[in-house]
Design a protein around this ligand. Structure first.
Ligand SMILES: Nc1ncnc2c1ncn2[C@@H]1O[C@H](COP(=O)(O)OP(=O)(O)O)[C@@H](O)[C@H]1O
Ligand SMILES: [Mg+2]
Length: 254
C-alpha cells in the first residue's frame, strides 16, 4: 500500500530568476509503501530538511505533488492541513520538543486531547506505548528529570499516539550519545516491524542510518544514489560509509 508519493518536487526560495534566489530542490521523487523504513543522507545544505518539510506539509513546493495515503497535500486548504498533519503524521525532532511544564505522560497524551479521545482510550494508549518503549517508570516525571534518551522515547510515543500512517524524523539521534542512539533506533525498528508504521528519517549519523532498509543520498537538491540493505547492519554501515565518501561534501550540520 502506497503511503507516501512525492513526484518531481522543486523548491526555490525567493523569487525564481533573481540573484538572491536559492534552488534547494531540483526535482526529487520518492514513494514509500506501508512499513518501509528509509533514511535520507547528504551534505549540509543539500536540501534534506527542505524535502522533509515539504513531504510533511510544513512547507509548500514551488512545483511538484505530494500525496499521503492518497490525499494530495496541495488540495488541502487552510486549517485542514494542521488537522491532517495531527491525524496522519507523526514527528520526531533532534531536540525532542517536549513541553517542560507537562509530565512525560501528559506530553504523550497531548495530541489525543486535541483529537478529543475518551479518557479510557488515552490511558490505554499511553500504557501500551510506554510498555513498548520501556518508559513506564518515568510517566509521572517532568522532561528535565529524565535522560535525553528517555525524552526522545517520550517524543516517539507522542508521535505515535494518534496512530499516524507515517513518522518523519529530522536528526532523531542528533542530541544523543551512542548508547541512547541505539535504543532510539531500536524503537524505530519496533515502529516499523511491530506497529507496521512507515518511517522516514533524515540523518548524518551513519550508525542510525544503518538500521534502515534503504538509504537515499541527496546532493545539490537532487537524488544522487540509493542503496538497499541486503544482509546485516554492519555490512550496510560500511556500504553507507563508502557511498558518503563518493558523495563528498561536509555531512555534518554545524
Ligand atoms: N528559508 C530559507 N530561505 C532561503 N534559503 C533557504 C531556506 N531554507 C533553506 N535554504 C537554502 O536551501 C538549501 C537547502 O537547505 P536545507 O534544506 O536546510 O539543507 P540540509 O537540511 O540538507 O542541510 C541551502 O542552500 C539553504 O541555504
Ligand atoms: Mg537540515
Amino acid at each position: 500500500m502506497l503511503i507516501l508519493d512525492a513526484s518531481h518536487i522543486v523548491k526555490v526560495y525567493g523569487e525564481a530568476g533573481e540573484a538572491s534566489s536559492t534552488a534547494a530542490l531540483g526535482g526529487v521523487s520518492l514513494s514509500m509503501n506501508k512499513g518501509e523504513f528509509i533514511a535520507i543522507m547528504g551534505p549540509s545544505g543539500s536540501g534534506k530538511t527542505t524535502f522533509l518539510n515539504i513531504l510533511s506539509g510544513i512547507d509548500q513546493p514551488t512545483s511538484g505533488d505530494v500525496a499521503i495515503s492518497g490525499q494530495d497535500l496541495n488540495k488541502i486548504t487552510g486549517d485542514q492541513i494542521a488537522l491532517f498533519r495531527r491525524k496522519q503524521l507523526g514527528f520526531v525532532f533532534q531536540d525532542f520538543n517536549l513541553l517542560d511544564s507537562l509530565t512525560v505522560k501528559e506530553n504523550i497524551i497531548l495530541p489525543m486531547i486535541l483529537e478529543k479521545k475518551s479518557a479510557n482510550e488515552m490511558e490505554e494508549r499511553v500504557r501500551n506505548l510506554a510498555k513498548l518503549f520501556e518508559i513506564e517508570s518515568i510517566l509521572n516525571k517532568y522532561p528535565y528529570e529524565v535522560s535525553g534518551g528517555q525524552q526522545q522515547r517520550t517524543a516517539v510515543s507522542r508521535a505515535l499516539v494518534n496512530k499516524p500512517n507515517i513518522i518523519f524524523a529530522d536528526e532523531p539521534t542528533g542530541n544523543l550519545d551512542s548508547k541512547s542512539s541505539a535504543v532510539i533506533m531500536e524503537c524505530f525498528e519496533k515502529i516499523v516491524y511491530e506497529l507496521a508504521t512507515t518511517v522516514l528519517i533524515v540523518t548524518h549519523d551513519v550508525f542510525a542510518a544503518s538500521y534502515c532498509q534503504k538509504v537515499i543520498f541527496i546532493k545539490d537538491g537532487l537524488i544522487h544514489s540509493s542503496i538497499v540493505k541486503k544482509s546485516n547492519r554492519k555490512e550496510f554501515f560500511n556500504q553507507i560509509m563508502d557511498n558518503l565518501a563518493i558523495l563528498g561534501g561536509r555531512t555534518y550540520d554545524v
